[in-house]
Design a protein. Sequence first.
Length: 474
Amino acid sequence: MERTGDRGKQVYRTALIAIVSLLTGLFSLQPPAVAAEEAVTSKDAKESLAAQVNRPVGDKWALIFGIGDFADAKIPKLKYASKDAQDFYQYLVKEARFAPDHVRIFLDEKATQRRILSELGSHGLPRLVKPDDLVVIFFSTHGSPSQLDSKGANYIVAYDSDPDDLYVSGVDMKQIFARLKERTEANRIILIMDACHSGSTAAGGKGIVRTGNFDAKALAEGLGQMVICSSQTEERSWESKRYKNGVFTHNLIQGLRSNPGATVSEVFQKICGMVSDEVKEDYAGAEQNPVLHTKWEGSDVRLAAVPSAPRIIPETVSLDLEPDSSALVGKPAKLAAKKNSNDKNTLVKPGGLAEEFRSTYVGDSKVLTLTQSYFCNESDPRRAYQEACAQQAAHFNEPEYYFRKAKILIQLGNFSKADQELKGLLVDNPNNSAYHLARAYCYHRMGNKIAAEDHLNMAKFHDLTLPKQIVFGD
């Protein structure tokens, strides 16, 4: 039999627990006004975050590389890689609202490993890009996939790459994003690669080995990055039989051109079937299916969007940029290097470089004094330098134009850069006394007396008409 006292205690405990629970619930309830205020605050926070992520594009920049000829004869040539790059360049500057001087293009021998890495990590984009800017990188070339590398690295083949040692001579694709992230403030980067790595032996296909293409997902590692590959990992990318372009690049440009208001992802979805169908029709048994992978933060980007904060490249930066291949865009290779006497930028070549120097001291004087004005005395050296860069790009096989650029750099006081130009000239022309004189002066101004004296002696050795006494006047 249960005792009455125990039953009373149990009822009391039950009632007490119920009261405590009720009071706890009452005190935890928020007044309707407070709850509504918190809901509004949460909505505002979300909208504020979205506004920060979806900020308009400030300015737009692009680096374009098209490599169809290679220094190593073991690397097969590509018919249309250079044209792919030129066509994409023209689309950006003529239709997609990219400022011409914001797009740098490098074709064939200009697209060396050093130049590619320098543009990505030192002299180009790092000095110009701001956080809200858009950066587009485009490659049309050969390459090598991760399966060939012991550490799984993907490589782009540069003009001077060694196919047997891409670790030291190729461009590691992950370095592209790493360099841009480490050396710039870029948080919107689009990498477009019409560079297949799945077979070199078939005519019309890109790739230097039989294996897979890039893995787009593996390359896009950070927020604000989009990677577009011209084919899947086990496929080849093809050059067209119908027109002078790669199948992927042609369809990409046509898609962007016909849908200027569409996002990059929307255009990509529309062209995938076109690329696949053309390859199946023209190459029996072949498949090519482009791949897009993104870790984009916020709304997708429109390539033709109007920049909200366009900027002019400072003169201090433009003077340091080495000439690209923009002067060759749209011109046949043979005509691009041909001199045009009606072109105001055409340099009137001297009868001979040594003669040009000799004429300044022939006479009774037996002492040659080297000064800045001796090498160059332009009234507007900065403008002259820009013109010299354009001339050099149009006459890239002729050393006279490189030399003129070096002399203007001496007048501007950029002796280190002038020395680099002269160093390259002397590799191909080691017996040119004028180059040795100019380099001697650069070394003198940089404080290297021994090297300056060595080059003075070399100049005298190669030109016996020079006076025995050559001195520095400043």
